[in-house]
Design a protein around this ligand. Structure first.
Ligand SMILES: Cc1cc2nc3c(=O)[nH]c(=O)nc-3n(C[C@H](O)[C@H](O)[C@H](O)COP(=O)(O)O)c2cc1C
Length: 355
């Protein structure tokens, strides 16, 4: 098998998985495979895989772990990450082979590796890892296989997709297949909704001139609002241009619209307002289904609230039918720049009561 360095798609695929299987061999050639958590890191500009010997319950001192003894005897290792599906046309895996080293606890390389791992796994953030050694795998070569023939996917287990989705704000102009957009809107359709009435519809804007026109149509509202916020002229120009660029660069824009016509009608304003709020709650679920499906398909999307502030302008420019109220703008495409992820609150902070 020829050795070749991993492609970015393969590294992204590996990074998007929560766990993999690490194979080491004893000095006598006996193989050992263990499940492990890991993150993609780098050293001297080249990708590495790092995995910490953490304090999850273990039966022996970490230094005595068989995988550590094996690496010390023979640094050749292989990390395999895969997806199984009952639809066998979706089977795929990536193997990263390389040379492993056990880094000393507290070294600069170990501290950096633990940072990468803590970014990926919230569980590591509160775990004392100061005295934990790290396995670093360098000199990576890759082998991958996918039943579909091409390798451009991401982990598609629920947890990886939920944690992997991110709001992207810079896109390449590479096209997004229409089928991906259709499937994602179909997934949106499976969101919960009041009385099952699906009070939302989606407008898709692919044509480059229409995207530019939409950005221009919204520009005056953006401009007005930034001025109301007392922003400096220079900042206003930069922010306007950034928002405009997003609409022009992303090859597809999807505009989710609230559609209230099929909802129940009540004689009192309170229940009518509750009905409208339910529809707004539901459009959020529909958008999330859309975003998750886009992400699982190997693309990315963002969420711009701009149409909320000028629904008539957006509806007018797009020529939307009466009753469609634009609520967001979702640029879709391939990521040009990874966004900075915001850390999440620990689950205990989210639960205010459990009686
Ligand atoms: C209702 C709503 C409106 C948003 N509007 C914008 C927006 O106008 N511009 C933007 O860059 N991001 C917007 N976002 C994205 C959030 O900034 C983003 O979800 C948050 O920072 C968390 O990052 P993540 O989505 O990458 O996990 C919006 C998100 C929501 C739910």
């Amino acid at each position: 098998m020829t050795k070749r360095p991993p492609a970015q798609d393969e590294l992204d695929y590996v990074q998007s998985h929560r766990s993999g299987h690490l194979a080491t061999v004893t000095s006598g050639g006996q193989p050992l495979v263990v499940p492990c958590c890991f993150a993609i890191a780098e050293r001297d500009g080249r990708p590495t895989v790092v995995s910490v010997l953490d304090t999850k319950p273990k039966s022996v001192d970490v230094k005595q772990l068989a995988r550590v003894r094996n690496i010390e005897a023979n640094p050749c290792v292989c990390l395999t990450v895969d997806d199984y599906s009952e639809s066998w046309d979706r089977l795929r895996f990536v193997q990263l082979r390389g040379s492993a080293t056990v880094l000393e606890a507290g070294s600069t390389a170990t501290v950096y590796a633990i940072e990468r791992l803590r970014e990926k796994y919230a569980q590591y953030r509160d775990m004392p890892l100061e005295h934990a050694p790290v396995i670093e795998i360098g000199e990576l070569s890759a082998f991958s296989w996918s039943a579909a023939g091409t390798f451009d996917g991401r982990a598609d287990d629920l947890d990886s997709v939920i944690r992997g989705r991110r709001s992207v704000r810079a896109f390449l102009s590479d096209p997004v297949p229409g089928d991906v957009i259709r499937r994602s809107i179909e997934a949106a359709g499976w969101a919960p909704s009041p009385h099952g009435r699906q009070p939302w519809r989606f407008a898709v804007v692919e044509d480059a001139d229409r995207r530019r026109g939409l950005a221009d149509a919204m520009a005056s509202t953006w401009d007005e609002q930034l001025r109301m916020d007392g922003q400096e002229e220079k900042i206003i120009r930069i922010r306007l241009e950034k928002s405009r660029q997003r609409l022009i660069e992303a090859p597809v824009l999807v505009v989710p619209c609230l559609y209230l016509a099929d909802l129940d009608v009540y004689p009192d304003p309170d229940r009518q307002e509750a009905e409208r709020i339910m529809a707004i709650q539901s459009i959020g679920s529909a958008i999330q289904n859309f975003l998750l499906t886009i992400y699982a398909s190997g693309f990315d999307a963002g969420w711009m609230c701009a149409p909320l502030f000028c629904p008539e302008i957006v509806a007018g420019y797009l020529g939307l039918a009466e009753g469609l109220i634009p609520h967001a703008l979702l640029p879709v495409g391939r990521v040009a720049k990874d966004p900075v992820r915001r850390p999440r609150l620990p689950v205990d902070d989210l639960i205010v009561q459990w009686q």
